[in-house]
Design a protein. Structure first.
Length: 64
């Protein structure tokens, strides 16, 4: 019965777990940065289009 308690523990894979979390964290931060930059670019494009549309309307041109 005590022989089961005396068996050797399998080798720990803690370093692989930490590495996986680190890689996942870096990928996540990179993705969030990418989404943030795309959002800024999209907002700038929308602002540019609104300004262009308002300028065309004030000049009496049709927006196409």
């Amino acid at each position: 019965m005590f022989q089961l308690l005396q068996t050797a523990m399998p080798p720990s894979n803690l370093s692989y777990l930490i590495a996986a979390f680190a890689v996942t964290g870096v990928v996540f931060v990179g993705y969030v940065y990418y989404i943030f930059r795309r959002r800024q670019e999209t907002q700038a494009e929308i602002k540019r289009l609104v300004t262009l549309s308002e300028a065309n309307e004030s000049a009496g041109q049709e927006v196409s």
